[in-house]
Design a protein around this ligand. Sequence first.
Ligand code: HEM
Length: 407
Amino acid sequence: MAGGGFLKDARYKNFNLGPVVSIFSSIDTAYRDVRAKAVAPLFSPARLREESSAQGSIGRHVADFLCQLCAFRQAGIKTDILDLCAKLSIDVVSDYVLGQPYGGLTEHAHLNLAERQTSDVKLSANGFIHAIVGFSRFSLLPNRLFKLVYFLSQKMGHSDEVDKSFRRIQEFMGEVMKCTKEDTRAEFYQDRLLASGISFLETTMQSQAILFAGGDSTAVILATIIFHLTRSTEARTRLLHDIRTALPTAEDNRKPDIPFLRACVKEGLRLGMANPTRLTRVVPPGKNLTIDGILIPAGAIVGCAAYVLHHDPAIFPDPFVFRPERWIDDERNCGLYRPHMERSLIAFGAGLRACLGKNLAMQQLLETVVAVVDSEVLEGARTCEDHIEVIQWFNGDIKGHRVDIEW
Ligand code: HEM
């Protein structure tokens, strides 16, 4: 799989968007490649750097996120960081990729701080997001059985709140699609798809899907990193020291590379179960596979699960412990550094079908972690639980849909 040669198996069709085959659900490489090539330039490092400035579509939302977190701290209000991370992530992905912010961080601005943390005041896209996470629990069923189970679960799980959330997403997508330009030089996802000959309906659906793909996973990982940094004074202190002593790089507005910052994010990607279960692929025809002396015939379905690889004690000793220093090959890592760690980290998948939005996700994670630690907003904070419990479906579902911290 690491070479990218294996195709996704037929059960990925379960993720089709009704009649539309998405970039993610496609098992036809040529179909996927046309669409992926059209949108790939959006994720270039230069554009990401530019948008991370104070006025950019990443920088502005990170600043707003931090401002809200600091306000909750100052008022001493218990804060659901998962919800705050979900609001940030949907705003970053919508603004950066589609050119219009969804407004997650601002939609409750009319409420006072205490009201914003009551349990019914959450991101309005949650109904839409949780519905997709919910159906992903059936994604490993064969297509026909999936359709039946999905139909039944839709009937049973139907609620006004979910309908309202879907309507809000559709309204937002209506606004986005009103401003499209059929020009490959245009900046945004939808413009680039239309310019590559993709129909208006399909472009709308693909763009709507990206709100989920980009929003949910990044929120889960970011909330996981903030949760562990809240609990680890040692990691926070080292990171704060490294941020404040890092030397600026002269060229291109590049921010200094801080190894311990990358280590904290990698450790969050390892422990944050955005996609815990196996990513399934088919052994190509005529290519039997032998692993550890076991023959796997052509046509068999194989798969790797992040949960298994990320918690392998031979590669990651004390696998459930947040130890960013394990990613740094120096004398201060308590002997935890191991070869093959990078290869065993599959938070973004692997090979040709790995995550298309990885650069954007990494930029958001790095920028936000620096901002949070540098502000010292986590000083004096504690988490309300001692671990995050995840229900293992295709998309990991954090139990109770909240991660609280208090000061
Ligand atoms: C930390 C955040 C993220 C994580 C952990 C993550 C994880 C993943 C994983 C594991 C896959 C491969 C799934 C498979 O092989 O079945 C994937 C694919 C994908 N991701 Fe992400 N993702 C993240 C953020 C994003 C963002 C920000 C975007 C877009 C803005 C995005 C768009 C996509 C797309 C379009 C695919 C399908 C690629 C293909 O099949 O060719 N993801 N992601």
